[in-house]
Structures are given as C-alpha cells and as structure tokens.
Design a protein around this ligand. Sequence first.
Ligand code: ADP
Ligand code: MG
Length: 360
Amino acid sequence: MTELELRDLRKTFSARGRPAVDAVRGIDLALRSGELLGLLGPSGCGKSTTLRMIAGLETVTGGDILVDGSSVIARPAQQRNIGVAFENYALYPPLTVAENLAFGLRARRRADRGDVDRKVKEIAERVDLTAILDARPAGLSSGQKQRVSLARALIREPDVLLLDEPLSHLDAAQRDTTRRELKRIQRDLGHTTILVTHDQEEALSLADRIAVMRDGVIQQLGTPYEIYDSPANVFVADFVGEPAINLLPGIAEADGHARLSPTVRIALPMPVPAGREVVVGIRPEDLSLTGEDGGLAARVVAHEPLLESGIATLALDGVERPLVVLTDPEVRLAHDDRVHVTADPHLTHVFDAETGDSLR
Ligand code: ADP
Ligand code: MG
C-alpha cells in the first residue's frame, strides 16, 4: 500500500546559449494507494519529465515528491523502488527476454536463483511472453518489446509503477488485449500507478482518475466521467472526446441564450450576464437531428455514414464554424440537404471566451 504525492513539482531545463524550457510548472497531485492515474496531454506538455523526476532519473528544479509521506527527492533512483516502463524500451540487447526480466531482480537484491526463475515465469505468463523467453530483443516486434519492458517494471514488485505510453507501439488488436490485461494486473497487484498517454481513449478506459496536462500545468483532475461531462476549460473539452466537441463563439443574451449569428441562438444551461463573450461547447453525440418544427435550421456540408453511427458536418446560417453531429446509423444525408438539429441545454457547456474557463 503506497501513496504518492507531488507538491508544486517543477522542472526547468536550462542549457547555456539556449532559452530555458519550463517543462513542468508546479504540479500538485495526490495518488491514493492502488490508484491508477492517467496523465493525459499532448506531446511536449511535460508528461515524461514528470515521470522521470518521480523515478529519480531527472533532477527536480522545485517542489517535492513524497512516497507514503516521506520525501524521496534526495534518494537516487535505485533506492526509490519505483518500477518504470518507458516508451523506448531500454532493453539489454545481448540478453534474452528471460535474462532481461531477471536482470533487475538480480541487480537489486541477492535473490536466490530458483526464486528469480519462478518470478520470471510468473510474470511472463501474465504479460504473454512465455513463448519468447529465449529470444533476444533484436528479434522482437515493437509490441513484444513493449510487453517485455512492462514485465520488467512489474517483476520488481515496485511500490509505485510509472508507465510512459506503454501501449503506443502495439497494433490495435494487441492494444485492446494488453490494455485489459494491464488493468487486471494493476488491480490484482494493487500498484499505485501513473500511466502517461496522449491517447484519450487509453486514459478514459484505464484510469481511475485523469489529470489533463498542458504546457507543464495540470488543467483538470477528475474521474473520466468528470473530465468528459464537466470539462474545466476549452482545452480539456477539446482534448477529450472523439469526434471533438463543437466550440462556437457567441454573445450571451438576457433571456438565457447565446447568439451565434444574426439568426442563430442556442439555449444555455444557466444564466450568463448579457453581453458576455462566450464559447458554447456541444459534443457531436449530444446533438440530434429533428423534424422541421424544432431546433436550429442547418445545411448539410458532408455526411460520413459509418457502421455504428454517422458523422454529419452541418453549416448554421451565418456561423463560421461547422457543426459536427453524430447521426443514427440508418440516417442518409446528401450535400445541401436541409435539416434541423437540437441540443439539450443540460448537456451544453459554456466557457468564457477570454480565459477559456468553464462558467459552470
Ligand atoms: P511529453 O512527455 O509530454 O511529450 P516531455 O516531458 O518529454 O513531454 O517534454 C516537455 C518539454 O521539455 C518539451 O518542450 C521538451 O522539448 C523539453 N525537454 C524534455 N527533455 C529535455 C531536456 N533533456 N533538455 C531540454 N529540454 C527538454
Ligand atoms: Mg513523453
């Protein structure tokens, strides 16, 4: 049972002759024992740097890292008992898969031979490596290498598990099975885990809570539902959800609507002072096509019929941005068709146009 806490954690990279990079700009996070936290954000936002500091592979510019309430900042990586699986696998090429797995154990404590062999077998079984235990890294697919890297982190029975894009090199089918397996292993073994990913689906399906990060700052921390249902700002709303949320600039009016154009108004979920510039956010799945008598008139720009649902791109009169709507699978639409679309105000999001923050 291990709790992990980051307090105002910071990292600035400074090299002579180059401008300093504030990669991590004051992160506060507290992981409960056994929790799987997804650290989600675009490339370059500071995810790997955060993990590397926790693992002790990168010095800290400011702040603190606490494991079960004690600062580990002064401890070298080997003394932190943190298992790490990074995107670039860092396997030892001359060693077989079994030897790669055993290596970490042997290096750390004088484990007895039989014990090490048993652990290697056990973990290989769990991560589906039994058939390739005698292979060397050069002969493995990238997916296999990634699983070896994961197994090597797990075999140490770490207090904290840090996974940096652990499934990024797997193909779609493997990713699904490995994702389920990873979740099961993490649950079974109860590791307090941070999983770094830029893939929202991975974060949504695996994590107990998600921290959405941008430019070295956590934008929102919450359960997958909280992040999806109540995004804290335009960035989070836009980053989570596929197809992406519609974000439409407008001006609030006194009667609880936002005006998007001279002829188009949308009902807001709560009163907003008249005249305030807002961004109205509506997810494509929260819009529906209706009959003539209700909703907003729109023109079909394009419709992509897919198996489970279609994606319609609509134009609202005088509104610059297209409106993307998820349609029922049986719906057929042609370019320039006239349709009506309705939004449930309770599922409509409102953000301040200037700060991007949610007004809820
Ligand atoms: P992510 O993992 O989210 O893609 P990183 O943590 O790798 O992001 O990088 C965050 C920022 O820090 C980026 O701007 C990156 O270029 C910069 N950075 C990372 N490592 C170094 C380094 N060793 N020296 C200088 N800048 C770095
Ligand atoms: Mg990274």
